[in-house]
Design a protein. Sequence first.
Length: 249
Amino acid sequence: MRLIHHVIFWVVVAALLTIVFGFADGEYLRTFYFVSFLIPVAIGTSYFFNYYLVPRFLLKKRYWRFGLYVLYTLVISIYLEFLVLTLAFIVLANYQYEELNPYSANILLLTFTLYLIVFINSFFRLVKQYQLHQHQIAELKDAQQKNAQHEIIIRVDRKNCPVVLDQIRYVESLADYVKIHTNETVLITKEKISELQEKLPDSFIRIHRSFLVNRSHISKYSREEIEIVGAALPISRTYRKSVLELLEG
């Protein structure tokens, strides 16, 4: 989520709390100050939970430590909230407890409301992070499977033709067909180059909208082109940065 989205979310939360707890006595400004004292601790708790504890412990299946640190975080957070509430009481009420509206003075209610918002927000973020984590795991498994394969099935002249991956030098996309240049021959298929790229392992690099090369067959390269067994293939501007990072990394 972008920074502006985070800012908008917490501004809305602060505004809602100000409206709800300031409605009873109509002193919205004092309630706004009161909420402003409380919300930084809740924000810190939320981000520590979402961006440290979850990825470092929960997503790595270190459940015992995750539960323990969540408990520590909650205890410290509530302790800080009570310190902040005490400071707010001193500053805003000038030690006069009766000056505070009963709803504003109800520490448990205000703390519960604020932390309920934090927990709901954290729950949705946790679900989103878990889904992203599972998606990354699936992509990693898929990449491992593709990198482990030794051949690919190409549809040539309405027949399935197995081709050893190490034999493929590069793939060339033309008008309505694709040429697969191997060590021994050139295969022509109606498959799209983007479809072939999905099937091929990471050793095959897209250098141009019309070219896909086998990294192991590259003899020379520059910023503008790649040489494979005498063939000079252009590197387009679109792919130049990613290609150079892969070759020089």
